[in-house]
Design a protein around this ligand. Structure first.
Ligand code: A2P
Length: 271
C-alpha cells in the first residue's frame, strides 16, 4: 500500500489505485463518456473497461477530453478470449482507446483453458502495449496452472467479490502468490444494496450501503471497481477513505458469505 492508502504496489512494481470505476454494461456513446468524465472529476484515477464491453472508444474519448494527464490515470482493458491472439487484440484496443499503452491488460475469462492466451499477453507486455498483465475469473487451480508455465507472472486476478461472495480461499491463495484480487460487482450488481444487515451498519455509521460494501473490500486489501452511471452515485462511491469499519462490522459482514469461503472465481460459468 502507498503512504496515502489510495494505491497498491503490484508484484511487478507498478502502482494501482485501489478504487476504480467499472464500466461493464455502460453503452458506448454519450452515457459512457459522461460516466468516465464524472468519475475523473470526482477524483477517480482508475477506469476498468474490456474489449467485450464495446465501449473502449468512449472511454478513450473521455480520458482525452478530461485534460487529466494520461500518466495520472490507470487504464485497464481485457482480452476477449474468443479472439485468437492477445497481442494483436491489445493493439486494436490501443487504437480504440487512443492511448499508447494500457496500465493493465487481463484475460477476461479462462475460456479454452487458463494457459493458451498467456503467450500473447506476455508479448503485449514486452511490446509496451500493457505495463502489467493479469487474469480475471480464474479459480485458484486455474491460476496455478498458469503460474506453472508463465515467464511473466500475472499480477492481478479480477473476480466478483463482496461480503456475500467472500472467496476467502481464493483471496488467501492469491495473496500467497503475490496476486492482487480486484473486486468486480462489489455491490452484487446492485442486489446487495437492499440487505438489512448492510443497511444497519450503514445507518449507524451515517453512510450508505454502497459505501459500506466498498469499504469492506478496501479493508480486505482488495482493489474495488464499483459501477454507476449516475454522477451523485459515482461521487458517493468515492467517499470511502474517510471512515473505517470496526472489527465487529467486518465480522458481521464476513458472516454474509454464501460461497463457503470458496477458492472458485464463479459459481456459474458463462463460457
Ligand atoms: P446505476 O449504474 O444505474 O447507478 P456493481 O458495482 O456491483 O456492478 O453494481 C452496480 C449497480 O449498482 C448498478 O445497477 C448501479 O446503478 C448501482 N449502484 C452503483 N452505485 C450505487 C449507489 N451508490 N447507490 C445505489 N445504487 C448504486
Amino acid at each position: 500500500m502507498t503512504a496515502d492508502g489510495r494505491a497498491r504496489v503490484l508484484a511487478d512494481g507498478n502502482e494501482i489505485p485501489v478504487l476504480g470505476l467499472g464500466v461493464w454494461q455502460v453503452p458506448e456513446g454519450r452515457e459512457c463518456e459522461d460516466t468516465v468524465r464524472w468519475a475523473l472529476e470526482a477524483g477517480y484515477r482508475h477506469v476498468d473497461t474490456a474489449q467485450a464491453y464495446g465501449n473502449e472508444r468512449s472511454v478513450g474519448r473521455a480520458l482525452r477530453e478530461s485534460g487529466v494527464p494520461r500518466e495520472d490515470i490507470f487504464v485497464t482493458t481485457k482480452f476477449y478470449p474468443r479472439g485468437k491472439d492477445a497481442e494483436a487484440e491489445a493493439q486494436r484496443s490501443l487504437e480504440r482507446l487512443g492511448v499508447d499503452y494500457v496500465d493493465l491488460y487481463i484475460i477476461h475469462w479462462p475460456q479454452g483453458g487458463p494457459t493458451w492466451a498467456w503467450d500473447g499477453m506476455q508479448r503485449a507486455r514486452e511490446r509496451g502495449y500493457a505495463r502489467s498483465i493479469g487474469v480475471s475469473n480464474f479459480s485458484l487451480g486455474e491460476l496455478d496452472e498458469l503460474l506453472a508455465v508463465a515467464d511473466t507472472r500475472p499480477v492481478v486476478n479480477q473476480v466478483q467479490f463482496s461480503p456475500f461472495e467472500d472467496r476467502r480461499a481464493l483471496l488467501d491463495g492469491c495473496e500467497q502468490r503475490d496476486v492482487v484480487i480486484e473486486a468486480y460487482s462489489p455491490l452484487g450488481t446492485g442486489r446487495h444494496l437492499g440487505d438489512d444487515r448492510v443497511g444497519r451498519i450503514a445507518d449507524r455509521l451515517g453512510r450508505t450501503p454502497a459505501q459500506v460494501l466498498i469499504r469492506w473490500c478496501l479493508q480486505r486489501d482488495l482493489v474495488v471497481l464499483p459501477k454507476s452511471t449516475h454522477r451523485e452515485r459515482i461521487e458517493e462511491n468515492a467517499q470511502v477513505f474517510d471512515f473505517t469499519l470496526t472489527d465487529d462490522d467486518m465480522a458481521a459482514l464476513d458472516a454474509l458469505d454464501t460461497t463457503g469461503g470458496t477458492d472458485r472465481a464463479r459459481e456459474r460459468k458463462w463460457w
